[in-house]
Design a protein around this ligand. Structure first.
Ligand SMILES: NC(=O)c1ccc[n+]([C@@H]2O[C@H](COP(=O)([O-])OP(=O)(O)OC[C@H]3O[C@@H](n4cnc5c(N)ncnc54)[C@H](OP(=O)(O)O)[C@@H]3O)[C@@H](O)[C@H]2O)c1
Length: 367
């Protein structure tokens, strides 16, 4: 029987792609929940989604306003119709303030869980989380519930706390927690439309605004594309596949280390005449204590390029001193023959596209 899937954060980077994938591959009706402060913003978001999704969306989608930080979010949705929920909404900045992370990422998830509990025909409640809900843990990280190991930023903490609320409902609700890696490109071509800490840090290196490399070079960094992640999420939404906790990431053996990624980035940079003209050397590794000293000193500067560049790196840099390996055995069992992108090839094509587009400036300038 044809079902109805509710997607929160449906106009976000992944929400949009998941919506398009569910329209192309399934026959569910889709309710697209977006944050909108008034009718004008809702209409603008509806129009943008209609343009992005095209003909496939006509007759199968309904866009609704739902600010998950508010108690009355989701009240106008008919709970009887809902068969699946994909929770993609969140404030995703690594430097998100604690109170905003609490209101949106944690309390918003609690509201969604309460809504899910009223959906009598629900077959799946899938929350998109992050591998870094693991926080300050090191070593092998399995697809299991985490306890509080401390966190390097409020974003990580809030995704862990949200997971914890969702996992409390196991037994009552068909819950899945899908922990995602860092997405560095839309697809294997290396094209980037969503810029994050990975791209911003490389930009600092490319322009010579950061000459130290925080982190332990042996730290594995789990990277992937939006295409790979969208395929994995849509597969795991199939009610025939067991709920539970999944790490949507490349195999441990196919995960590049910080040192390998810096090497490939600088190999690409050094092929670029503009970069060579600046005569920059590769960044010097920096141990954790020296990095802390540097952050303290930069705090005293209160402004200027050094302060700015360090404050863009500091919300996640501590993770680079906490090597961990994400196991993905449950994912592999649920998705035999899956193929994650090769990390070195992906990092290389992504760096090439970053230089070509000047980190998105050229694409934006083109009409
Ligand atoms: N992309 C990644 O690399 C990555 C990695 C690991 C985990 N994840 C997880 O995957 C999910 C989707 O990420 P994404 O990259 O698509 O993020 P995104 O592009 O930042 O999208 C987040 C969405 O959440 C919405 N949102 C924010 N505050 C809201 C509120 N108060 N009420 C309702 N909706 C709200 C945003 O709407 P506005 O834009 O209007 O605020 C946006 O539509 C998130 O849960 C994120 O934690 C992503």
């Amino acid at each position: 029987m044809r079902g109805t899937t509710l997607i929160t954060g449906a106009d976000g980077y992944l929400g949009r792609r998941l919506t398009a994938a569910l329209l192309a591959d399934g026959d569910d009706d889709l309710i697209l929940a977006v944050r909108a402060k008034d009718n004008a913003e809702l209409t603008a978001k509806q129009d943008r989604l209609a343009r992005q999704l095209g003909q496939d969306a006509v007759g199968r989608t309904r866009v609704t306003a739902a600010d998950l930080s508010l108690d009355d979010a989701l009240l106008d949705i008919d709970t009887r119709a809902i068969t699946r929920i994909v929770h993609a909404a969140a404030v995703t900045r690594f430097n998100v303030e604690r109170d905003i992370a609490q209101r949106v990422n944690v309390d918003g998830t609690v509201r969604l869980r309460a809504f899910a509990a009223r959906c009598d025909n629900l077959q799946r409640l899938a929350m998109l989380s992050t591998l870094y809900a693991a926080g300050r843990r090191r070593g092998d990280i399995h697809e299991e519930r985490f306890d509080d190991a401390g966190f390097v930023n409020h974003y990580e903490w809030s995704k862990w706390a949200a997971e914890d609320h969702v996992l409390d409902a196991v037994g009552d609700l068909p819950v899945s927690v899908l922990r995602l890696p860092t997405l560095i490109a839309d697809d294997d071509s290396g094209q980037v439309t969503q810029y994050n800490a990975f791209h911003n840090t490389l930009k600092l290196f490319y322009y010579g605004l950061l000459s130290l490399l925080p982190g332990d070079g042996t730290t594995p960094l789990s990277l992937a594309t939006a295409t790979f992640t969208t395929s994995a999420v849509t597969r795991l939404l199939d009610p025939a596949i067991a709920g539970g906790i999944y790490h949507i990431c490349p195999d441990p053996a196919d995960t590049a280390t910080l040192d390998q990624l810096i090497d490939i980035a600088f190999t690409v940079f050094e092929r670029d005449a503009g970069f060579r003209r600046r005569g920059l050397i590769r960044p010097l590794p920096c141990d954790q204590e020296s990095f802390e000293d540097l952050l303290d000193a930069a705090d005293l500067l209160r402004g200027g390029p050094i302060h700015q560049s360090l404050s863009s790196v500091s919300p996640f840099a501590h993770q680079l001193y906490l090597p961990k390996t994400f196991r993905n055995d449950a994912l592999r069992a649920a998705w035999p023959g899956y193929a994650a992108p090769d990390p070195i090839a992906l990092a290389e094509t992504t760096c090439i596209r970053l230089i070509e587009s000047k980190w998105g400036r050229r694409t934006q300038e083109t009409p």
